[in-house]
Design a protein around this ligand. Sequence first.
Ligand code: SF4
Length: 383
Amino acid sequence: MHVPFCPSICPYCDFHVLERRGDLVERYLTRMDQEAEQLAGQYDVQLDTLYLGGGTPSFLRPGEIERLAASLRRHLGWGKLENTLEVNPGTVSPERAAHWRALGFDRASVGVQSLHDPTLKFLGRQHDAQAAGEAVTQLLDAGFRVSGDLITAVEGQPLESDIAGLLALGVEHVSAYTLTIEPGTPFARQGVTVREDDEERGFVQTEALLTAAGFGRYEVSNYARTPQAQSRHNRAYWTGEYFLGLGPGGAGYYPGASGDTGPESGRPFRRTNPHLHGWLAGDSGENDVLAPADVVTDALFMGLRLGDGLHLPTLSQRSGLDVAQRYAGVIAEQVRLGLLEQRGDQLRATPQGWWLLNRVVTAFLDFDEASGAADPADGPHPA
Ligand code: SF4
């Protein structure tokens, strides 16, 4: 569920975000209620997890987030396993944290990013290290499971003390993402670059420090203190579960409707909602129907991010392709290069393969392109 409003726009951000103004929030809440009702009419929804992300959902005022939560509950229900709220440190107070808990959120993903004030300033964040620490403590005191987000690869960032400080606060989960300069962002326009050695140092050092502290790296950028502390919501993306996507710019993954006709009948599809104004006007999103080979490359791209990798027979069943046989040559080559590892039916990336994940997935895409299999009209329908 995407909430696009933020207190200010960070110079590295390429999400669909905007500052609140006029009656936009009011119109957003009305449309969210309609969209939730519409999806409830289309699908038999039983949520395992719910994730209110953005943007900055915690920037919504108490009455606004209450209204949004009520809409979601009324039409779609609430996650049985986990309900996460994405939180910006500058928006937390003990009263707000207690209110969010009372609404039913049980996990908070906090955009700490760093505990080093010059790094936070460089990243254009409005909070400082002290505010980030207080926010995490207040959320833990309110009974949340807390995950801290870190950005790595910033020149001059003291990663060791960032990680030590975050762990000392008591978080059970850390998401560590490399700073990337996306086209069209203020950083890109200013010509900011990320040095490759900072990038590699961040990647390697983060793992060394967090695993030494007893955290398990269960996904390329995610670490959990215990298996129970893993993000159940994000695991669903990585294991190829279907999910709804609400809000402007929201992305969902849906099963094909059995009543459809034509060559795309019954095929799963991804839908990305339009940005705010189109979405408020009721424009429908773009559906990207997945051919069997797309189901495979999508699953590889997501599944190889996981420490335990993916199960080839499950992927064959989902895509309708004999994955082990079809990609035997590609898999053998990536294994020979030391980027993939195959144990029985399980295929996973090596540490080197994680670092070069795009290259690994590109090898599968190149194979599909060469064999012409990416055409949605080709191949059997997914199971
Ligand atoms: S707070 Fe997060 S979503 Fe909002 S502008 Fe900054 S990085 Fe983007």
